[in-house]
Design a protein around this ligand. Sequence first.
Ligand code: AMP
Ligand code: MG
Length: 343
Amino acid sequence: METLLLQNTPQDIARAGKILRGGGLVAIPTETVYGLAANALDGAAVAKIFIAKGRPQDNPLIVHISHLSQWERLVDHIPENAMALAREFWPGPLTIILPKSDLIPDEVSAGLATVAVRFPSMRTTRRIIDAAGVPLAAPSANLSGSPSPTCARHTMDDMRGRIEAVLDGGECNFGVESTVVTLATPVPRLLRPGAVTPEELREVLGELTIDDAVLGKLKEGVKAASPGMKYKHYSPKAEITIVKGKLEQFLRFIAAEKEHAPDVKAFALCFDGEETAVPLPCVTYGRQDDPLTQSHRLFTALRELDEHGAAIVYARCPSTEGVGMAVYNRLLRAAGFHVVLAE
Ligand code: AMP
Ligand code: MG
């Protein structure tokens, strides 16, 4: 199939809406990452998403709405704490999980009794949902296992020939996927960190637990609360090692590694401005003191490392404070949980 590249114009948004209404797939921009969208109420359309991405069947999708009033029909009921979250953070990069209604096909919830819903803030996204006239199920628009795409070119690189169209809405603002919180547990639980931070959620919810899979690796035999958390994710072809420590310690660590293996194509994934100090080819991912610049850059930086043919990557470790938790969570998965402490 030939994949159309649509532009951010009223005509092309109408065209995207028509494809979606007809049961086709369109990759769409959002403020988090590009999403691979289908009509969320059409199980057969949603099933095509899993094929196009090579996504495991047991990994549920997020349903995107363009008006708060669409939420009610998708869930069993909306409790007061869910409404409070919506008032504070919607439209925006927060996904809320609640028990689902009968309208949600099994393909969307992957057989779970719950559904994840998000009301995105990007105007183009909402216009596309409006044009489709239905809520849109959309996971990230990457091939399963690759870094999520944050621009139309990366989306096209992964989806060309697999879907009807990609709509180019420019670069995604946040660059990492939404915060996912479930209210279907006795105490609200953070399943995936994003641009809405645990501190912000606690201010509204009071209590919030953080799922073990957020900052660590799921132990053998433990069932994942969020199925997406158990898969190897965001992986470039290079082998990444996260090096904890100050810049000086990082520099000593890579000097020692280079002595061991002088011939491997090694790169550094470092913060802006560190390139001159680092004796390796560098790809940067934002400012050390600004996690929003890191989230904006991270997935693009991972794809750049592949484009350069990096075999081994030493990565500077981000702070886990605030939005940093989301950056660290994604980098940790890209590194296959390989973290070392530089002395
Ligand atoms: P993606 O946006 O591609 O990363 O995929 C959606 C993420 O939300 C995955 O990590 C899913 O496991 C998670 N998710 C979606 N629906 C649910 C649900 N009902 N319960 C738990 N996690 C969910
Ligand atoms: Mg994804």
